[in-house]
Design a protein around this ligand. Structure first.
Ligand SMILES: Nc1ncnc2c1ncn2[C@@H]1O[C@H](COP(=O)(O)OP(=O)(O)OP(=O)(O)O)[C@@H](O)[C@H]1O
Ligand SMILES: [Mg+2]
Length: 401
């Protein structure tokens, strides 16, 4: 498809064996990705993992060292950027300062001699709820409004494939949440293929049909948001998409329906269909909100895993829930989220507590356990600091909102 035509529908995007080397640095090691037409696809990963590089390769602004790129089944690897049926909203958007909002949006249409540029520009501005500001200049708009103009300018061209590089980064938390829903609605209305890049896990989970979690130039796991959250394959995914309590130990028993793992003397059962590995040393986990805190040792039950006793070493209140850090001897520090159903915490710092969770809530990773790591798997410091920073900034933003 030539760039001068409007797309009636989204196109498939396929990346086959993509590698990208910069002088002295390999940004993308080996990337295979297949995005079906009409989907809202999120590429999620920490800063520097290669997200923008991937988008620039698709847009034709960067040439792959190896591999090929197909859009709608056509190999576009050799095509110039302007020949590809792609539009990009960049991480740092730039509007023409001397043009009105309307002219900014109509610009691409005029250049490509598309009929009725003004009518179409108004329509795109209505989609982002900015038509009433059509006559203003960009500098008379807030940062968030400018970002929405940049979105309208990309959408108006009806590209078969729209690339969005952190397009909501300049917005405050409330507006970002609102625009996330709007963007999703726009995508459903126009039926185009959206490839959305973000390092915000909540944003990816709210908007995307499919998420690919990227780490150090590779896709760690790809799937529906619920599947990634419920059944992470790797320690990185388990900690980047939300938080997890991970444990390592040998499998000491297995049946057709479950495996039993010895975690520093605690027998922990994981359903076989939720565990990626069924023998040898394994890493297993459970989400903090799936754990219960008890002041007395809970009675043994076949359908629950129990850990403890441990000691509460930190309690932090965050409105909807309270986070407890519990140090369990020989295992390490576990995180528990408890919904604030009662006034005041269920346990205080220094209290002796037990933890338990439903067997069906556990999961087992595909990762090789890290040799020499203790029974409580320590997330690599990068991952942990990203998750911690993210939480802190969200809390600050929410307090300010
Ligand atoms: N032109 C270049 N030359 C050398 N290295 C580069 C170049 N462009 C990007 N890189 C490196 O490639 C890696 C991936 O960069 P990229 O911009 O794709 O990251 P990102 O995932 O978009 O990060 P962020 O979330 O911070 O935007 C980084 O380590 C970066 O320093
Ligand atoms: Mg980037």
């Amino acid at each position: 498809m030539a760039s001068g035509t409007f797309a009636d529908a989204g196109a498939d995007l396929e990346l086959v064996g993509i590698q990208k080397r910069f002088p002295g640095f390999t940004a993308i090691e080996h990337l295979d990705l297949s995005i079906p037409a009409g989907s809202f696809f999120a590429l999620l990963g920490p800063s520097g993992c290669g997200k923008t590089t991937t988008l620039r390769l698709v847009a034709g602004l960067e040439e792959p060292t190896a591999g090929s790129i197909l859009i709608g089944g056509t190999d576009v690897t050799q095509q110039k950027a302007f020949q590809r049926p792609v539009n990009t909203v960049f991480q740092s958007y730039a509007l023409f300062p001397h043009m009105t909002v309307l002219e900014n949006v109509a610009f691409g249409l005029r250049r490509r001699k598309i009929a009725d540029p003004v009518g179409k520009a108004h329509e795109a501005l209505r989609l982002v709820e900015l038509d009433h500001l059509a006559a203003r200049k960009p500098q008379q708009l807030s940062g968030g409004q400018q970002q929405r103009v940049a979105l309208a300018r990309a959408i108006v061209n009806k590209p078969a494939l729209l690339l969005l590089d952190e397009p909501l980064g300049a917005l405050d938390l409330k507006l970002r949440r609102q625009m996330q829903l709007e963007l999703k609605t726009i995508q459903e209305e126009v039926g185009l293929t959206f490839l959305h890049v973000t390092h915000d896990q909540e944003e990816a989970m709210t908007m995307a049909d499919t998420i690919a979690v990227m780490n150090k130039g590779r896709i760690e796991q790809m799937g529906a948001p619920e599947v990634l959250y419920e059944l992470p394959k790797t320690a990185f995914v388990a900690n980047f998409l939300g938080q997890s309590n991970l444990f390592t130990g040998p499998v000491i028993g297995s049946t057709s329906t479950s495996i039993t793992v010895d975690v520093a003397g605690h027998r922990v059962i994981v359903p076989a269909d939720r565990a990626h590995r069924h023998a040898g040393e394994v890493t297993i986990g459970v989400r903090p909100e799936k754990m219960w805190l008890h002041r007395k040792a809970p009675a043994e039950a076949a359908d629950r895993n129990i850990m403890g006793p441990g000691r509460v070493i930190d309690v932090s209140f965050s409105g909807v829930s309270t986070q407890y850090l519990v140090a369990v001897p020989y295992i390490g520090t576990l995180i528990v989220f408890a919904q604030n159903m009662a006034f005041g915490p269920v346990a205080d710092v220094g209290d002796e507590v037990w933890l338990d969770w439903h067997v069906e809530h556990g999961f087992g990773l595909e990762d090789e356990p890290v040799p020499g790591a203790g029974p409580r798997f320590a997330a690599d410091t990068d991952t942990r600091s990203i998750a911690a920073q993210r939480r802190e900034s969200l809390v600050t933003e929410l307090e300010e909102a």
